[in-house]
Design a protein around this ligand. Structure first.
Ligand code: ADP
Ligand code: MG
Length: 238
């Protein structure tokens, strides 16, 4: 207990929530298999970042997370790795279609960055990833998603809704949802679309919400879309 408090203090980390998994200070402690560890090491990562140390074990335990940490702290991998493990654990992986992991991002740039990062690690298990966003051809994205579909889908809220309307995909299998850069989602006026997507995903899903800042409106949304979340903040405490 004291050791855990000490690790969190060193990381300038605050964790709130009951029955929370302990931080893991090295990749070896995450319990990842050889395939994923190989990709991580090949990528030149030698140690998890602060947010990864705590968010990964908590996400692997199945809990919802509200993660607040500044840009550049390694949040993408913190949700991609548990998402991959979650997908590989799903019995319906070989049945039906449509993504099991869904990531909402506020901008095209961010969606493509997450796509690149996700693809890199998804290779470990041969999982398929796609990204959809505005400012690019709907028809091309439609074709990308059909037929067969993907296990991981990243997108901006508006375009994701378009793709569902066009029946390029559906959210029926989604059981691991990530809202990345929730604060920017608000700044760009995507709150209604984000809510509409969340309302259409099964309520027993696992939800991870990340934000660099945590104003009241983001807190309100976070509370609505998560269930008994663990809140992890690094540095900034809102
Ligand atoms: P954030 O989403 O918090 O802004 P990113 O996920 O985009 O941060 O990561 C920032 C950079 O750090 C990326 O270039 C990423 O590849 C790198 N990175 C992530 N995790 C690690 C790690 N454990 N060790 C070294 N570099 C990492
Ligand atoms: Mg990020």
């Amino acid at each position: 207990k004291e050791r855990v408090d000490q690790i969190r203090k060193e990381l300038d980390m605050h964790v709130s929530g009951a029955d929370v998994a302990k931080p893991c200070i090295s990749f070896a402690h995450f319990g990842f298999d050889e395939a994923l560890l190989d990709v991580i090491i090949k990528h030149g990562y030698s140690e998890p970042t602060g947010i990864q140390k705590q968010a990964v074990p908590i996400a692997l335990s199945g809990r919802d997370i509200i993660g607040i940490a500044k840009t550049g702290s390694g949040k993408t991998a913190a949700f991609i790795w548990p998402m991959l493990i979650h997908i590989m654990d799903q019995e319906e992986l070989s049945k039906g279609e449509g993504p099991i992991g869904l990531i909402l991002a506020p901008t095209r740039e961010l969606a493509s960055q997450i796509f690149t990062e996700a693809k890199k690690f998804a290779k470990a298990y041969g999982l398929r990833v796609a990204a959809v966003y505005g400012g690019a051809s709907k028809m091309d994205q439609f074709k990308e998603l059909r037929p067969g579909g993907v296990e991981i889908l990243v997108g901006t809220p508006g375009r994701l809704i378009d793709m569902v309307k066009m029946k390029a995909t559906n959210f029926r299998r989604v059981s691991f949802l990530v809202l990345d850069e929730a604060d920017r989602m608000f700044d760009l006026g995507f709150e209604p679309q984000v809510r509409s997507i969340c309302d259409n995903i099964r309520p027993d899903r696992q939800t991870l919400l990340f934000s660099a800042t945590f104003p009241k409106k983001v807190e309100a949304l976070a509370r609505e879309v998560t269930t008994e979340p663990v809140r992890i903040s690094i540095g900034y405490v809102g």
